[in-house]
Write a protein that binds this ligand. Structure first.
Ligand code: AMP
Length: 249
């Protein structure tokens, strides 16, 4: 079974992002970039499924600029077999990415597309759902367990207040939540091997899809600062403050 995994290059999750002085966007100049953490989980799941003998080929796909090659190399080092880089001059938004992925799915015919539940830069949580809609495929989002069978997958989903297990017919889209697995550390020999692998590069415009942005970012702002906390001497004092200062009881 062929599996496609999507990997996005985003600001590393350890970086404390700064906002550009004009408030137009986050400042990513000279900032460490990495594979989106939920995509790392998706790659790890694909590699585990291959190790279990359920998957024969893993194709990692990223959409962005030439710089996004590095996340494909990370995917190779984790165990992906092939890598496709889709470059675009246009600013890519979830619908545009979903349309690019749709064209690649039609070309590659995977039985399963594994994605992150959301990219930590835009926090959209839209691309997987849009791809499922465009392909008219079943989707299982927020997966915390995937039991892959030849013609269907049993997917446990993290929902409010518990877990839900659903069966989806293949081909399907599955998006990874945090507890699906713990991605492996990539070893130095695998990083070295990954550097030598070929990456197929495609210009998004050649796929004939409409990438026009549908969303306009108006402003980016820091969350409001919080006032410092205070230490109280007794429960009575706490109750008094909750009643008279916070007025919540
Ligand atoms: P989002 O809808 O932007 O929160 O992204 C959800 C998931 O879609 C991510 O975790 C990725 O797996 C995939 N995705 C989004 N944008 C890209 C991209 N530019 N390249 C590859 N995968 C992407």
């Amino acid at each position: 079974m062929k599996v496609m995994v999507t990997v996005k290059r985003v600001v590393d999750y350890n970086v404390k992002v700064r906002i550009a002085t004009d408030g137009s966007d986050v400042d990513i100049a000279n900032v460490k970039m990495s594979m989106n953490p939920f995509d790392e989980i998706a790659v790890e799941e694909a590699v585990r499924l291959k190790e279990q003998g359920k998957v024969t080929e893993i194709i990692a796909v990223t959409c962005g600029t030439a710089a996004s090659q590095d996340v494909l190399r990370t995917a190779f080092a984790m165990g992906a077999d092939r890598g496709i880089l889709v470059t675009s001059q246009a600013l890519l938004q979830p619908l545009g990415v979903a349309k690019i992925l749709q064209a690649l799915v039609v070309r590659e015919a995977p039985q399963l597309v594994l994605m992150g539940k959301q990219a930590i830069d835009d926090d959209c949580n839209q691309t997987g759902q849009m791809l499922a809609g465009l392909l008219n495929w079943p989707q299982a989002t927020f997966a915390s367990k995937v039991d892959l069978q030849p013609d269907h997958a049993l997917v446990t989903r993290e929902v409010d207040g518990g877990l839900q297990t659903i069966a989806v017919q293949l081909p399907a889209i599955v998006t990874a939540d945090l507890r699906l697995n713990e991605p492996r550390y990539v070893t130095l020999p695998n990083i070295m091997k990954a550097k030598k692998k070929d990456i197929e590069s495609i210009e998004a415009e050649s796929l004939g899809v409409d990438l026009a942005p549908r969303l306009q970012q108006l402003k980016v702002a820091e969350p409001a600062g919080r006032a410092a906390g205070v230490k109280l001497a007794s429960v009575d004092e706490l109750i008094e403050k909750l009643k008279n200062e916070a007025k919540v009881i």
